[in-house]
Write a protein that binds this ligand. Sequence first.
Ligand code: CIR
Length: 254
Amino acid sequence: MFTHTIVRTPCKNVLNGITSAPELGKPDYEKALRQHAAYIEALKKTGVDVTVLPANDDYPDSCFVEDVAVCTKKCAIITRPGAVTRTGEIAFIEDALRKFYTSIERIQEPGTLEGGDVMMVGDTFYVGRSARTNEEGIRQFAAILEKYGYACVEVPLTEVLHLKTGVNYIENDNMLVSGEFVDKECFKKYNHILIPEGEAYAANCIWMNGTVIVPEGYPGTLKAIQDAGYPTLTVDTSEFRKIDGGLSCLSLRF
Ligand code: CIR
């Protein structure tokens, strides 16, 4: 069960967030703020408290707090984002984490790792080796996890930005899988809930205390998750999608 979440209000500069899909246009700032507020309300409905950090205009992508830390039951690990415009974001997360954690670890240079590449399944942490998370980052991450009795499994990525862009664990052995993850050997032991053709973005859902939060506008995915027996909430993330952001990226959950 999760009891806490941390989010950061999108900054005006969110318009300049990194994107692989400029054809979707720039985020509408006011709309992004409204969607973010609705996201916070959805989190609260699942029984967690929400720490809202202030907007930080120096970092366009700073609302994607998931990438700057990994929160486990026993420790928090401050990452080292592989995107150069994001590396400085880590300085602004530690204070918030200190309120909840006595053990705080760090990924050090030349390691890079982004939280979007980390998927927790019980005591096992799957880590995507991506354009953002390098071999040294994974090596350090695995060594930290081992100290706390956790396992680390590396998953090479070829198509997506982050591991959780395409695969997400929603507990009870159920995994939402799309694209390159459908046939991955390491995920074969889980029940696959296949993301329908044309809805790849919706693979990034979050399990919150029994409820699954699903991005709005992906009816096939919503139905598949409901058919698997989960209550659902939907949140419109259209403005974050324009800069490659999804539901999981917008919070730290622990
Ligand atoms: C980036 O490229 O870093 C941001 N525009 C999007 C980050 C998305 N984060 C995530 O999937 N965890």
